[in-house]
Design a protein around this ligand. Sequence first.
Ligand code: ZN
Length: 371
Amino acid sequence: MQQFRLGDSGPAVADVQALLHGLGFLPAVPDEPVFDAATDRALREFQQRRGLSVDGVVGAETYRALAAARWKLGDRLLSLATRPYVGDDVAALQERLLELGFDAGRADGVFGPRTERALRGLQREYGLVADGTCGPATLRALRQLGRKVTGGRPQVLRETEALHRSGVSLPGKVVVLDPGHGGPDRGATGHGLEEASVVEDLAARLEGRLTAVGVRTLLTRGSDSCPTDAERAAFANEAGADLVLSLHVDRAPSPLCSGVATYHFGAGRGTTSTVGEELASLVQREVVARTDLLDCRVHEKTWEILRLTRMPAVRLELGHITHPGDAARLADPAFRDTVAEAALVAIQRLYLPADLDPPTGVMRLPDFSTI
Ligand SMILES: [Zn+2]
């Protein structure tokens, strides 16, 4: 092919300038299609970024790279075609598939049979139509999953992989419910309520709902026992649980403190349990959407029940027992039912494919029969 460099002009140069401008390398497209000094600088920067020879010449290799860079994931439908799709969008799709544990081979930016197989695998795992075409539904799923795998850290990948390997339906899952305290340890007390009793009752309500949708539900304690948090974590590990939900009620020295918070494992940057964080956000979101508890948000903690469990684990601190308003809510069986329903929906949402995920707060128990 013809080559272009500093001093050349014509429609092909205009094309290259438009591409460089679109990619953010050339601040403005000149009025005349002349390969000027600014175009030369922009082209060399592009070549350097892409690991090409930095010679300021648009040859075959550079032109191919420019043409490929034009495509961002989502710009067009991607599928296996006689003349394969080539571009940065294909490379991005391949990278994402690899991150999620689907073998797309090397991220070479060419949509070949191996890319198609990997894509179909992802679609099957997430309950999408396994048509091997990367369209809007698949893109939505990839975008959601993308947040879970940022950084590509091995622990994150393992967790996310375990999550998608476990499939998208609730029946067959094992959930460990961990009502805090118990036996002689009554936990926080206030306004005639005891934390140990409140969370035990809440666990029973949630257990009923989970069992009704086919989840095997195990409790870390009965009414009379109070295992340590390490023992509770070991119990969940031995049971091979998919999730752990630890239930507590908070207290504060001031009766003015109120609100609900959810915790997941994390000890600063890079150690967060991403699936745990996701579940914590879902639990918090659903509880806040369905009740009028103050939103005290989601936080990282290294508590043993979160740290020693090998599966995503979260701890709900459902309101402040020392706050008159929160205590009045906690005393109400209807409120506990609402919270149990919120927790159930949060757990279901964790496994739900992106396309089937209805807006927060609208899902009700009968909906599960249709999934
Ligand atoms: Zn507690």
